[in-house]
Unconditional design. Structure first.
Ligand code: ATP
Ligand code: MN
Length: 478
């Protein structure tokens, strides 16, 4: 058996000295031919391995370079150096893999996030990305725990679909047809009957419609998987491939939906505060340093952990879209013409408006409800005013929209009417309409963008830095 190692996190936490251990990891630094800072990814805290004079020959010492991988056996002893309680006094050191110090891209110094994006295959080995991806992992785990504890069924919705849930036309096509010479119909259009599935297919933009089918039998379901949008928006908040959490609940209205979303977000914050304290503290510190570079006016009032605590301990503000528009129209920012986009009842809130509401006006997460029906999807439930639908978006500080959801239209005639108005062919969605034909019930759900959640919890500011390998317009490396 090769793997008899103890993880560095565990070793540093346990309170015993004198025992023999095997540790394996990658060298972060090697000082004075004597002190190795070894990291195995279990924590940002490196293990100090002490190499006593004469243990290794000159040639081996030279091979202990940043990035090299080692197997160390030795004794755990109390550390005299500052910064750690324990260290390992090496008895044997085996070099598992060399790393040419001249060529290794990660020097033991601070690299910019932009540089590290180009080296995304190695950036996991830095403190920042170590913390970010351990928190991302924790969040994924906590999401499953949250829903499982509440009796939600995890439904695997398909990645390849023939339906366009939003009618948004931002889909990646899936095909096996030769694109240089596809089979054609008499009118010259591509004949998708000859394609793999016998029809035109795409990567899913959302699992919601299939999720609703599940909710109509299991009552409470959630999906958690990758979704794809070919939207050409090169922003710090959009990816072409991102992960989404989509619960769907039968026997529920918009308020139940808001309550669930708020409870979920708070649960996740609480979970990470307890289980990833060390990584959060590291990122909070990092953010603080970063903020120092900014002019006073742009600095955030709260540190990362204070921000999370604040969100955890305060009820989210709940307002209607109409109220939001009124607040914006009355705002000093609007009067001083600070907004780029116009504000008018009936048009969608732009990111600058969302951030004004959250960061300047309310200074906490805001749930906006009752949006004009024209700017929202066909499946959202019509309100009695005839003008708005039972939608809800949650806006978070520093992020903008983090959740988008609604109570769904459960009344068959209303739904058919809406689909006709929006030119959505009912035949293609007859399976969806069946849920309204056979035992329809009030139901609601939402989509939480996983990477936006990770942004929020880590204080990172670019979505490319919270997914292992980002897919964005003109960029698909690794
Ligand atoms: P936005 O207006 O920010 O583009 P949206 O209205 O298109 O968002 P929805 O279709 O409601 O978003 O999707 C649900 C959630 O998925 C959003 O609230 C957001 O958290 C996340 N999301 C949407 N598009 C993206 C994307 N391209 N990359 C990452 N996350 C996304
Ligand atoms: Mn979008």
């Amino acid at each position: 058996m090769f793997n008899n190692r103890v993880k560095i996190k565990e070793l540093l936490q346990s309170e015993s000295t004198g025992r023999q251990v095997v540790v394996m990891g990658w060298v972060r630094t090697f000082r004075n031919n004597q002190f190795i800072a070894l990291n195995d990814g279990s924590t940002n805290n490196n293990l100090q391995v002490v190499v006593e004079l004469g243990l290794l020959d000159e040639a081996t010492l030279k091979r202990i370079t940043t990035g090299a991988s080692l197997k160390v056996t030795g004794e755990v002893v109390a550390s005299l150096g500052k910064g750690q309680k324990y260290e390992v006094k090496a008895q044997t050191i085996e070099i598992l893999g060399d790393s040419d110090a001249e060529k290794y891209p990660l020097q033991p110094k601070k690299h910019s996030l932009e540089f590290l994006r180009e080296k995304a295959h190695l950036r996991f080995r830095t403190n920042t990305f170590g913390s970010v991806f351990r928190i991302r992992h924790s969040l994924a785990f906590a999401i499953h725990k949250f829903f499982n504890d509440r009796g939600f069924l995890y439904l695997h919705t398909p990645v390849i679909t023939a339906s366009d849930a939003e009618g948004a036309g931002e889909m990646f096509r899936v095909t096996t047809l030769p694109f240089d010479n596809p089979p054609r119909n008499d009118d010259g259009s591509v004949n998708f009957k000859e394609d793999f599935f016998g029809k035109s297919t795409n990567l899913t933009v959302s699992g919601q419609l299939e999720g609703e089918l599940g909710a109509m039998a299991f009552a409470e379901i959630y999906t958690f998987g990758p979704t794809f949008r070919a939207e050409n928006s090169n922003t710090t908040r959009h990816l072409a491939e991102f992960w989404m959490i989509e619960p769907e609940m039968a026997f529920s209205d918009l308020e139940d939906n808001m309550n669930l979303a708020e409870a979920l977000l708070k649960y996740l914050i609480g979970y990470v505060m307890v289980n990833n304290r060390e990584d959060l503290e590291f990122l909070a510190q990092r953010l603080q340093e970063e903020e120092k570079q900014k002019p006073q006016a742009e600095r955030s009032e709260l540190g990362l952990i204070e921000k999370l605590e604040f969100v955890l301990n305060n009820a989210f503000e709940r307002i209607t879209y109409t109220e939001a528009i009124d607040i914006l129209l009355e705002s000093p920012a609007y009067k001083k013409k600070k907004f780029t986009y116009d504000i008018q009842w009936g048009t969608d809130l732009q990111s600058e408006h969302e951030r004004y509401l959250v960061e300047k006006h309310f200074k906490k997460p805001v749930i906006v409800t009752a949006y004009p029906k024209e700017i929202k999807a066909f499946y959202m439930r019509q309100n009695d005013d005839g003008k708005t639908v039972a939608a809800m978006d949650i806006l978070a500080p520093g992020i903008g929209e983090i959740v988008g959801g609604s109570q769904r239209e459960e009344r068959l005639e209303k739904l058919e009417e809406k689909m006709a108005q929006m030119h959505i062919p009912a035949e293609e969605l007859s399976w969806y309409l069946d849920t309204r034909r056979f035992g329809t019930v009030p139901h609601a759900g939402f989509g939480l963008g996983f990477e936006r959640l990770v942004l929020f919890l880590t204080g990172m500011t670019n979505i490319r830095d919270v997914i292992p390998f980002a897919r964005t317009p003109r960029n698909c490396e690794f």
